[in-house]
Write a protein that binds this ligand. Structure first.
Ligand SMILES: [Zn+2]
Length: 404
């Protein structure tokens, strides 16, 4: 908990935690974590994408590793545990190995990913994508809100943008990737559980829907002669909510709604709304998106609206590996805690890491299910329970039989 507090002191804004990719604050936490890693007996370095990487050798040098980690960047006005807790708990586990003078039949690596949230450049998972070897070099041209490109920001930070590919790790370097993270949802708290084992990171689809009617005078156009885009959009929002409620494996959200021209005495001529639909089942998500498209088309038809739908982004489910889920569950049971499996509704670095390794995640209860908010809070006892489960998982880890 003290280490999470120490990391939270490095923020762009006094009194509010904000730490974005390639910032001065990131440099400060990198230095702090590199120091902790070295004190825990690890070789520690900054990689070509700005990730902090620590390595604790196994019984002999150069063995493949169990990679643990999470991210050190934050959203704006963030909590202090989302991301950082996973790095700190992994570090504590290695510290315990080091203090006991213990070596395992594999290496343990701890990574503090430099960018997961994607706040600065609008693209998420930049740190883990670099390690997974899926970093798209076109992203170097992305610009932050001050017009600084990712390429320029890397140079200012002291990194060589053209060398970012060298951060990539090989599949044969890793036995698996495992991450402890706060749940960011209310399920564990509602069931009075400290930890849960993640089955999969849900897939998502994002849409932008634009409805076009006719703007007009709010006093002179009779109700029967209107083409009110806002009333049509309201029907769409409720239809999207119904789709989200139609299956427990689904959530569907309209998070943004822009009506124009946007005046008290003008009928709305155009509304743009966004849809975020997630599920632990790709098939259920595809059915939901189809139902949303149908609903929007039928509202547009009955209300004589122009309709335009952009499919912004689709990401399939990232499954956690059953053999790793079982090993996490053995660790949970050994710690005397009840078992609970749950999917992750939020995205995580494992989505990128899946390209080179089987992945697993352990979720920790957080107060009120709140995250991405300064009110984010965890109980010290839960942090202890999570760290002990992670430690058991590491110490009894059995690598899967390797396929040729
Ligand atoms: Zn996170």
């Amino acid at each position: 908990m003290a280490r999470c507090d120490a990391l939270a002191r490095h923020s762009e804004l006094a009194g509010k935690l904000t730490r974005v990719y390639l910032s001065q604050e990131q440099r400060a936490v990198n230095d702090l974590v590199l120091g902790w890693m070295r004190a825990a007996g690890m070789q520690a370095r900054l990689d070509a994408a700005g990730n902090v990487v620590g390595r604790y050798e196994g019984a002999r040098p150069g063995l493949p590793c169990l990679m643990l980690g999470s991210h050190l960047d934050t959203v704006r006005d963030a909590g202090r545990y989302d991301g950082m807790l996973g790095v700190v708990c992994a570090l504590e586990c290695v510290q315990a190995l080091h203090d006991a003078g213990r070596r395992l039949p594999f290496a343990v690596e701890v990574v503090g990913f430099a960018d997961e949230e994607g706040v600065r450049f609008g693209a998420t998972l930049l740190g883990s994508r670099a390690i997974a070897g899926t970093f798209d070099l076109q992203l170097l041209e992305a610009r932050d809100r001050d017009g600084v490109s990712l390429r320029e920001a890397m140079k200012t930070f002291g990194l060589d943008p053209d060398a970012v590919g060298s951060a990539a790790r090989r599949r044969e370097d890793l036995h698996a990737y495992a991450e402890l993270h706060i749940e960011q949802g209310p399920v564990l708290e509602a069931e009075d559980l400290a930890v849960g084992v993640v089955t999969a990171i849900n897939g998502f689809s994002r849409l932008a829907v634009t409805l076009r009617g006719t703007a007009g005078h709010a006093g002179t156009v009779p109700m029967g002669l209107r083409r009110d885009a806002l009333a049509a959009a309201a029907e769409c929002v409720l239809a999207i909510e119904r789709v989200g409620r139609s299956d427990p494996a689904l959530v569907a959200t309209v998070g943004r709604f822009d009506a124009s021209p946007g005046a008290i005495n003008v009928i709305a001529g155009e509304v743009r709304l966004t849809v975020d639909c997630r599920s632990s089942s790709d098939a259920a998500r595809e059915r939901a998106v189809a139902a949303i498209l149908d609903a929007a088309a039928s509202v547009a038809k009955s209300r004589r609206m122009g309709l335009q739908i952009e499919r912004l982004q689709d990401s399939p489910v990232t499954g956690c590996a059953p053999w790793l889920i079982e090993q996490f569950e053995r660790a949970v049971t050994a710690e005397g805690l009840p078992l609970r499996r749950l999917p992750s509704g939020a995205g995580h670095d494992g989505m990128a890491m899946r390209a080179i390794a089987d992945i697993a995640m352990l979720f920790l209860r957080c107060k009120g299910g709140v995250s991405h908010n300064p009110a984010e809070s965890i109980a010290e006892a839960d942090a202890g329970a999570g760290a002990r489960v992670l430690q058991r998982f590491i110490e009894s880890f059995q690598p899967a039989a390797r396929k040729p």
